[in-house]
Design a protein around this ligand. Structure first.
Ligand SMILES: [Cu+2]
Length: 494
């Protein structure tokens, strides 16, 4: 039998975690059947590999239709499931990933129960390789996966700057959990700081699809679950393939998600964040093509060193971002939303200190504080360093480009959450500054200019809207994170 581990202690450890995740039926048929169940755990597949009439797509459509037909007294009812997101979803902090992992796991169990297929697994929308809204979600109201009011329908396509391979590779190579997964927060919902994964591809896809997908009721659009399964897929690749550790911070691991989700039978569940760390080894697996190498040979993770992998997932590592010095800050500013508009800020004294950012663990992090998105909500922001003439036409391949961020929910949905005006976005400008120093474009004037360019999704014409920002802070930050591990053969890594 192919087991994911060896040794009695490990087996018992897995039993504890597995029962928590509800993978196991109520009566266990002994360890062997449990291990077989884990080895054969459902495989989540790339939507693009499934034909329109594939049983997985049919099953998902069937599950959604059934959930819509359930009475609103049933917590598995479609709108009740979306309400969980409205009531509890964390955004802009380190609970973003595990909360949505639990949300997907229990939603997947509900699908299984309703369609009577214990092997059903949610597919995912690999938007890095397939930039338009997947075909099974189009059509008309007779299709349970269709929803009206979307903006991003084909031929509208997502761009390289938000979901392209270079963006995703940079995210997947981030070593620090707090930058990968968004910043540490004392509670479930304060939006402390959006990291690049959440702030850029995650938010951009919500805004791109538009309609209900850009609100806190976004799970009412069936494509929400395919999008978040891709986010989960990214986290999986970050852990399993790129060998990065989640944080071992007890405040994160011990955080309870009780009272939020129900399992396939509608029974309340009480996972902790830490209990979800082993989900990639216990609850589901992914098909194994690497995200950013579209169409290339997949990875055979069954041949990985799974003992070492389990250790990494179970134990995590120290993840810290310690501000060494705030180099410069600004007060409030506004950026007009449109084709060729930008705002330039000069942060004096930055360049000399930027010279200190030469070690691998010292970063120059731009914190964009108090971001209030424009009412229209369909824009995103590009950040350039020392390029005061940057505009919407400046390509993201420009050496001055540092990163992007986008907006998740429309301002109306933000009310009731008390989040308007309080979101912060983290942009790691280290690579851009190092690149510019190499080109001799930083240093002589002892200043670093930050240009924010607000661009409309789909490149629409300028609007009267303005993006309001509470202020910018450029910080020199000491990053602490475990070195990347490798669990497979060299050749398998991408
Ligand atoms: Cu989301």
């Amino acid at each position: 039998m192919d087991t994911i581990d060896t040794g009695r202690r490990a087996t018992l450890t897995m039993l504890g975690s597995t029962a928590l995740l509800g993978v196991v039926p109520l009566t266990l048929g002994g360890c062997e059947s449990l291990l077989a169940q884990i080895a054969n755990r459902p495989r989540r597949r790339d939507l693009a590999t499934l034909a329109a009439n594939d049983p997985i797509i049919q099953g998902y459509r069937d599950a959604v239709a059934q959930m819509k037909a359930l009475p609103s007294t049933d917590p598995r009812n479609w709108n009740r499931q979306a309400q969980i997101h409205f009531d509890f979803c964390p955004h802009g902090n380190w609970f973003f990933l595990p909360w949505h992992r639990a949300y997907l796991l229990y939603f997947e169990q509900i699908c299984r129960t309703l369609i009577g297929d214990k092997n059903f697994a949610l597919p995912y929308w690999n938007w890095t390789c397939n930039r338009t809204l997947p075909a099974p979600f189009l059509g008309s109201a007779s299709n349970a996966l269709f929803v009206s009011g979307r903006a991003g329908v084909p031929p509208a396509a997502l761009g390289d700057g938000s979901v392209g391979p270079a963006v995703m590779d940079a995210i997947l190579d981030e070593t620090n959990f707090l930058l990968f997964a968004s910043d540490a927060s004392p509670g479930l919902r304060p939006p402390v700081g959006y990291g690049p994964l959440e702030g850029n591809p995650h938010n951009t896809v919500h805004g791109f699809v538009g309609g209900i997908m850009s609100s806190f009721q976004s799970p009412r659009d069936p494509v929400f679950w395919m999008h978040h399964n891709m986010i989960e897929r990214v986290w999986w690749e970050w852990n399993v393939v790129r060998g990065h550790a989640n944080t071992n911070d007890a405040a994160w691991n011990n955080f309870s998600l009780a009272g939020m989700f129900v399992d396939g039978n509608g029974t309340a569940v009480s996972p902790t964040v830490g209990s979800l760390n082993l989900a990639p080894l216990l609850s589901y697996q992914f098909d194994t093509s690497s995200i950013t190498s579209c169409g290339l040979r997949g990875l055979d993770i069954e041949r990985f060193d799974r003992i070492a992998l389990r250790k990494l997932l179970e134990e995590g590592g120290t993840a810290a971002l310690r501000p060494l010095r705030t180099l410069a800050g600004t007060g409030a500013l506004e950026v007009p939303v449109g084709g060729a508009t930008s705002q330039v800020l000069r942060l004096s004294g930055a360049a000399a200190a930027a010279g200190a950012a030469s070690g691998p663990d010292v970063r120059l992090v731009l914190r964009v504080r108090g971001v209030e998105q424009p009412p229209s909500g369909d824009s995103f922001v590009r950040v350039f360093v020392n390029r005061p003439d940057a505009d919407a036409n400046t390509p993201i391949t420009d050496p001055h480009y540092a990163g992007s961020f986008a907006f998740f929910a429309d301002p109306d949905a933000h009310h009731g959450h008390g989040q308007a005006g309080s979101a912060a976005f983290l942009v790691d400008a280290t690579a851009a500054v190092r690149r510019l120093r190499g080109l001799g474009r930083v240093g002589s004037d002892d200043e670093i200019g930050i240009t924010l360019v607000a661009v409309r999704q789909g490149g629409g014409p300028p609007r009267q809207d303005r993006l309001r920002v509470g202020g910018l802070e450029l910080q020199l930050v000491q990053s602490t994170a475990p070195a990347a591990r490798q669990f497979g053969e060299d050749a398998q890594k991408r």
